[in-house]
Ligand binder design. Structure first.
Ligand code: AMP
Length: 147
């Protein structure tokens, strides 16, 4: 493939996340592609919400932790110049939510870190491994050193 039209960056706020984000931004610029971002909420419990629920970013949930998460994603989106409609906050497991969203949004390249918050001792982190195995589009696993 010589051109990408829609790139999805998987954001986990890990230390080297900026390196991964920089690569996604660079590729989006190079190919003049749409850039979307996703963060999967796997670290806060939301008893009334089923896995895979998209959390609306423009409505106040009245739930403090969720507002913090929304603001975090909004900040990354602002920094990268990602349109509001292309920022995705989804409740669930990153291994299960990134690929379906990519398919639904007709993404043709997913950009992830080789490692994030999990799996520093592995060749590839568990999210990266799962996305690489299941995605039907291209996946760029940005190699993060010191991992
Ligand atoms: P891991 O395989 O979990 O060590 O993480 C590898 C990469 O997967 C990270 O650098 C992120 O790009 C992505 N990732 C991990 N967790 C999440 C998450 N909760 N939401 C979105 N992307 C994630």
């Amino acid at each position: 493939m010589d051109s990408y039209q829609h790139i999805l960056l998987a954001v986990d706020y890990s230390e080297q996340g900026d390196v991964v984000a920089g690569k996604a931004q660079e590729l989006a610029k190079k190919y003049q592609a749409k850039l979307s971002i996703i963060h999967v909420l796997d670290n806060i419990s939301m008893p009334d919400t089923t896995y895979g629920t998209v959390i609306p970013l423009d409505q106040d949930s009245g739930y403090g932790l969720l507002e913090t998460e929304k603001n975090r994603l909004m900040q990354v989106g602002d920094q990268l110049g990602v349109a509001q409609a292309n920022r995705w906050l989804i409740w669930g497991s990153p291994k299960q939510e990134i690929v379906p969203l990519a398919e639904q949004q007709q993404v043709d390249l997913i950009v992830i870190g080789s490692h994030g918050r999990h799996g520093l001792a592995l060749l590839l982190g568990s999210t990266a491994n799962s996305v690489l195995h299941h995605a039907r589009c291209d996946v760029m696993a940005v190699r993060l050193l010191n991992a």
